[in-house]
Structure formats: structure tokens, C-alpha cells
Ligand binder design. Structure first.
Ligand code: WTA
Length: 654
């Protein structure tokens, strides 16, 4: 297995010296009782009431956990509305003038919404959606960049019980169409364009192209972000106008069953077909609110910034739902971290006096490369806590983050979780636990997870194995869209999990130390993690293979200093195809089928791909070539001569 090799390699990555959170932090932490782990364990699953108590329920639940097997029913019988929890109750509790959302757009452009203002706009847009015909359980697709209308639309959908499906704005028309088709979504909220590095990027044309291929009629709402009055076709509506038409209207929040779907989000899995993960209203919201409280230590009076795009799960859980459920001020930033200058992030933190900052290792590695002179120019003393998510963080980057951004004091929480888990699962509680740079931490209170070998037996400390979750958790998804038995039926479950009543294999490799701290080693399936974005090698590969002129192609993960993993495409050209043109076509094909982020960093041309005698492409070997590793015995290949050619082709490339 290719990835086991790389897993073993990274296992040698050292974990840095343990660090205690400073007493000044512990004193003020939301959760600082060391007994919390035991307390949860002794009282599982009822311990999760503590998370549910952070929410307001329209009807109380009968049982914390119903259902003896999948689908499990968290907070069974309970009813609630996510938009009510994120807005109304804060307005009702005398906090209507607190800033809910602060948005930073282009340089010099910003907007804030108090809880009352956000409540009003969400109500008006919810009324508009109803007027357009959206009913409970209709899937509304949101194809928007990081502008306030995105969270407004999410909460408006939640208010009327229509699950949203946010498609990352950087995805292509094809990717959007595939997702709308799969979800049978007849409503699309998009915009004319947005700004990147100060320049307008067009979005509407991608949405138009997506609609062409769809069977269903689509009702489209367009936000005029560029302000140049994009002409609208029939069946298209202007966002501003809709909201203005419904000015002052309110919409009763629909009480949803705790197990009703709040949203779906597509993610890449082993198969290469993006799959919709459906999250619940009660369990999901409880887990994200609780983890935002216990792990990110968010307080209502904080200004909090999670830099992830809302197009991914991190933005759903920790830019929108978690922080707003807690009634804090959440910040949204439309731009890139290096525009107009490489100190943009620190300037924003200083100006907004951000208390808690949550970002990804890929960003931290870029900040390190740009140098500490950028943060040093700014007063970052408002920061109390730093977080990271999305990939393993090496101790050097962890320490740099704490030293240069956190003034050598802020605790850094390394939070492990996935689209499928909804919220954080493994981390440290910053008011309780020691931190170990490079190790995410222990499974959170109430979460059961283990690192097991192929037979499903717990590994000894220091040995590598597979990370599995061995009990249900509140934020678990309902199922994949088309497969109600997804949890039960997921194949291939690499470790043998027969010994468990129920368990979920995360597809991540890991080690665990004597204190139970888990260090993540990366995916063991064919999923690439490029700058924290998840793509299946198969989806990129099929886009490359579709190019006329490509006879055969294989895509694997290679190393990348900043992005974590790089996309390596090995291409065997058809007779007569020119390499320069082909390389361009490969780039364009991936950009148009998926996204610019998935475009191969390296394209290696080779007359032939290395194959086993049975004709299977040896991906393991291609990965080793990309990593410049010893290739071992290649005599089992049908075409061993190709190996030398590959290596020299790659050398030319790099
Ligand atoms: C990886 C993002 C190491 C992991 C929330 C997982 C991590 C995948 C960490 C999920 C972390 C996430 N340390 N690896 N702290 N957090 N990952 O679905 O491989 O986009 O399976 O969810 O990211 O990516 P996803």
C-alpha cells in the first residue's frame, strides 16, 4: 500500500516538547475542570446533554441517543431551529446590538451586521426564498464567495428547513453541475463575481454553464457583488431587490427534528465521485457549539476569526454555526493573505482586535516563509488562543505560530476532524491539557477513538496504525446522500473492525503515545490534501485522462513545502501529441472539471506508466518517484525500464 510507506515515514517526525497552557489562560477558560474527561466517560452518552444545553430547544428531546445502530438518533424527539439558535435568541437576550458578523472585503471595504441586522436580513431573505417556492427539505445550492450574503443565505435556508448545499466558489461549472444534479437541487444562489487580489473574478458565467447541463429547471438568485448590474435572464432574481421587496417581514423559524437534515456538503472520498455528507440539525449543532466553546474557548464578547472558506466544512462549523450559536462576533474575509501585502492577516487581527484565530498549517507555513517581520509590525496582543486544522502540523510550524503570532503564550489547539465528523473530535482542551507540538491530542471528552492495527487491535504506543472512532458522536452525519447504510456498509474498511459493535474508520493513519495523544500521519486512502483542500486522486486523474492526446495518466500525491501535498500527474501522451500543448491542456482540463486548486503542480511525461504483470498501474512506485525515495525491488514490473525514464523526466521537470 503506497500510503502505508509514507505513513511510516512521517511516523518518525518528532513530537516537540510538551507545553502547558499559561495559568492566566486556564483561569478564564470556558472548560478548565480536569475531571471533564472522566465525567463524560462515566456518563456516556448522557454527558452530551452538556452540549445540547448550549442550545435552545423548541421541544426537549426524549433521549440523548436513540437507535441501537446506524442511523443513530442524537437528541431523539427534540425539535429546534438552527437559525433561531444563531440569531433570535441572542436578539431576545438583549444582545441585539452586538456585532454578529464583521466582513472584510477588498482593501478599505468592510461591513458589520449586528445580531438584529443579521436577523432582519435572514428573515427577509427567508421570506424571499419561500416566495420563490422553496419548501421544507428542498435543497438550495449556494455558490458564493466569502461575502455576508453567504451566511445570510445559509441561515435563511435553515430558518425554513431547506437544507443548503454550499459549493466552494472556486469550483468549476462542471463541479457545480455535478453537485446540483446529484442533490436534485432546483435553487441556486450565486453572484455576478467577486474580488481576488483586488481584481474582479467572474462567477455568474460558471453558474450559467453549469445550468446548461442540468435536467431540472433552476431558479437563480444573483448577488450583485461587483456592482455593475449584470443583466438577468428569465428565472433569475436580483438578491437586493428580493430582500427589499420583503423588507421588514419575519418568518417563523421552522422547528426541525433534531435528526432532520440541516445541510449537505460534498467531499472527496476514495471513489473519486464527490459524495454528499448530510448533517443533522440537533447533533451537529450541539457538537459544533460545544467544541467552539470547549476547544476554541469562544466567548460571546470575543471577536473570532476562522480563515477557512465557508465552501468547506470548517467554514460551516466554525465560521458560521458554532460561533453564531454562541453569540460571538465572527469575522469573514473575502481576500487572500498576501494582498495587498504579506501582513494583511496581521493587519486584520490588529484592527479588529481578534481574540481567537483559527487557520490551517498550509497558511502557517506560508507565513513562516514570508518571515516574522510581517507579524512583528503589528500589535497582536488581543489574541488569546490560536487554532489549526486540516492537515498535520509539524512541531516547527506549531512553535513558530505560538512564538510569533501568539507571543510565546497563546495555547495552540491542533484540531483533528473531517467533513464526516461535523465538528472537532481529537484535540486538546486548552484550559485543561498540556499541548504537544505535532500531536493533535486526545479524543475529546465523550468521543471514543483508537489507533488500531489491521486486525483492529489497539497498537502499542509509538506504533502506527489506523485512526478509528469506536462510538457514535453527536455531529455524525445522517448518511451519505444515496446510501442510507453508508456507515455500516463502507468498504473497504482497511482495519478489521469486526470486534466492535460499531466503528467508523476515518481513512487516516496515526500513532498514539503513552498519554493517549494522537499524531496524525495523513490519509491512507487515495485522497490528496492540497493546502487543506480535499481531492480524490481519481477525480483529478479522470479529468487528465479525458484530454485528447493523453493516452494514459496517473495522479499521485507528491511532497510540497507549503501546500503539504502536491499533485503529480504522470502522463503518457498519444502518438504525435506535443508536450507543451498537452501540459497546458491538462491544466485547463483539471481547472474546468474541478478547480484551479487541483491543477497538477508537476506533469511528468513518460512513454509508458509502470505496470504490474497484470497490467495495473503501480501507484506506489509513482509516489516513491515523486518523493524521491528508494524504489526498492522493481523486478515485478512488466516494464521495469520505464522507471529510469520516469526519474530523469521528473528531474527535468523539477
Ligand atoms: C486531515 C477538514 C492532521 C485528515 C476539517 C482528515 C488533519 C482530513 C487535521 C479531513 C489535523 C484534518 N491534523 N490531519 N489537525 N485536521 N486533517 O474533510 O486527513 O476537508 O481526514 O475536513 O483532513 O478533511 P476535511
Amino acid at each position: 500500500m503506497p500510503s502505508e510507506d509514507s505513513a511510516e515515514q512521517s511516523a518518525r517526525a518528532a513530537v516537540g516538547a510538551a507545553v502547558d497552557p499559561p495559568p492566566s489562560f486556564v483561569e478564564q477558560a470556558n472548560v478548565s475542570d480536569p475531571g471533564v474527561y472522566e465525567g463524560f466517560a462515566e456518563n456516556w452518552p448522557d454527558c452530551w446533554e452538556r452540549a445540547a444545553d448550549l442550545l435552545s430547544w423548541a421541544e426537549p428531546y426524549d433521549e440523548v441517543l436513540g437507535g441501537a445502530g446506524p442511523p443513530f438518533r442524537w437528541f431523539d424527539g427534540g425539535r429546534l431551529n438552527a437559525s433561531y439558535n444563531c440569531l433570535d435568541r441572542h436578539v431576545e437576550n438583549g444582545r441585539k446590538n452586538q456585532v454578529a458578523l464583521t466582513w472584510e472585503g477588498r482593501l478599505g471595504e468592510s461591513r458589520t451586521y449586528s445580531y438584529l441586522e443579521l436577523y432582519r436580513e435572514v428573515n427577509e431573505f427567508a421570506a424571499a426564498l419561500r416566495d420563490l417556492g422553496v419548501e421544507e427539505d428542498d435543497v438550495v445550492t449556494l455558490y458564493l464567495p466569502m461575502i455576508p450574503e453567504l451566511p445570510v443565505a445559509m441561515l435563511a435556508c435553515a430558518r425554513i428547513g431547506a437544507p443548503h448545499s454550499v459549493v466552494f466558489a472556486g469550483f468549476s461549472a462542471d463541479a457545480l453541475a455535478a453537485r446540483m444534479d446529484d442533490a436534485d437541487s432546483e435553487y441556486l444562489i450565486t453572484c455576478d463575481g467577486y474580488y481576488r487580489r483586488g481584481a474582479p473574478v467572474h462567477q455568474k458565467s460558471k453558474a450559467d454553464n453549469a445550468a446548461i447541463g442540468l435536467d431540472q429547471d433552476v431558479t437563480t438568485v444573483v448577488v450583485d457583488r461587483l456592482g455593475d448590474g449584470t443583466p438577468l435572464a428569465e428565472g433569475e432574481h436580483d438578491y437586493e431587490q428580493l430582500v427589499a421587496t420583503h423588507r421588514g417581514e419575519t418568518v417563523e423559524p421552522v422547528a426541525r427534528d433534531a435528526t432532520d437534515q440541516l445541510f449537505l456538503i460534498y467531499t472527496s472520498g476514495t471513489t473519486g465521485e464527490p459524495t454528499g455528507v448530510r448533517h443533522t440539525t440537533g447533533g451537529y449543532l450541539a457538537q459544533v457549539a460545544w467544541t467552539a466553546h470547549a476547544v476554541l474557548d469562544i466567548k460571546p464578547e470575543d471577536t473570532y476569526w476562522c480563515s477557512a472558506d465557508i465552501g468547506w466544512i470548517t467554514g460551516h462549523s466554525y465560521t458560521v454555526y458554532g460561533p453564531l450559536a454562541l453569540g460571538t462576533t465572527t469575522m469573514l474575509y473575502e481576500g487572500t493573505p498576501d494582498h495587498p501585502e504579506k501582513d494583511r492577516v496581521w493587519e486584520l487581527i490588529e484592527r479588529n482586535a481578534v481574540d481567537v484565530f483559527y487557520t490551517a498549517p498550509t497558511a502557517i507555513r506560508a507565513f513562516m516563509k514570508w518571515g516574522e517581520k510581517h507579524p512583528d509590525r503589528h500589535d497582536l496582543s488581543s489574541l488569546r488562543l490560536l487554532g489549526t486544522v486540516g492537515e498535520p502540523i509539524n512541531p516547527r510550524a506549531w512553535n513558530w505560530y505560538r512564538d510569533h503570532i501568539g507571543n510565546g503564550e497563546c495555547p495552540v489547539v491542533d484540531t483533528w476532524w473531517q467533513t464526516e465528523t461535523g465538528g472537532v473530535m481529537v484535540s486538546t482542551l486548552p484550559g485543561v491539557d498540556r499541548m504537544k507540538p505535532g500531536a493533535a491530542g486526545r479524543p475529546l471528552p465523550g468521543i471514543s477513538a483508537d489507533v488500531v492495527d489491521g486486525d483492529g487491535e489497539s497498537v502499542d504506543p509509538g506504533e502506527s496504525g489506523y485512526l478509528v472512532v469506536t462510538d457514535p458522536w453527536p455531529g455524525m452525519p445522517l448518511s451519505m446522500v444515496h446510501d442510507e447504510d453508508w456507515f455500516a456498509a463502507r468498504e473497504p474498511a482497511r482495519p478489521n473492525l469486526d470486534g466492535y459493535d460499531w466503528a467508523y474508520f476515518t481513512e487516516d493513519g496515526a500513532t498514539v503515545d503513552e498519554d493517549g495523544y494522537v499524531t496524525l500521519l495523513g490519509r491512507v486512502d487515495d485522497v490528496l490534501n492540497v493546502s487543506g483542500h480535499r481531492f480524490a486522486t481519481m477525480e483529478i486523474e479522470s479529468a487528465v485522462a479525458d484530454v485528447t492526446g493523453v493516452a494514459e495518466a496517473a495522479v499521485v500525491a507528491g511532497p510540497h513545502d507549503l501546500k503539504g501535498e502536491a499533485v503529480y500527474a504522470y502522463v503518457s501522451p498519444a502518438e504525435g501529441a506535443g508536450e507543451a500543448t498537452l501540459r497546458e491542456q491538462v491544466h485547463e482540463a483539471v481547472e474546468s472539471a474541478i478547480s484551479p486548486i487541483a491543477v497538477p503542480d508537476v506533469v511528468v511525461f513518460t512513454p509508458d506508466l509502470p505496470k504490474t504483470r497484470s497490467g495495473k498501474v503501480m501507484r506506489r512506485l509513482l509516489e516513491s518517484v515523486a518523493h524521491d525515495e528508494d524504489l526498492g525491488d522493481t523486478s515485478a514490473l512488466r516494464n521495469p525500464e520505464v522507471v529510469g525514464e520516469l526519474e530523469s523526466a521528473l528531474d527535468d521537470e523539477e
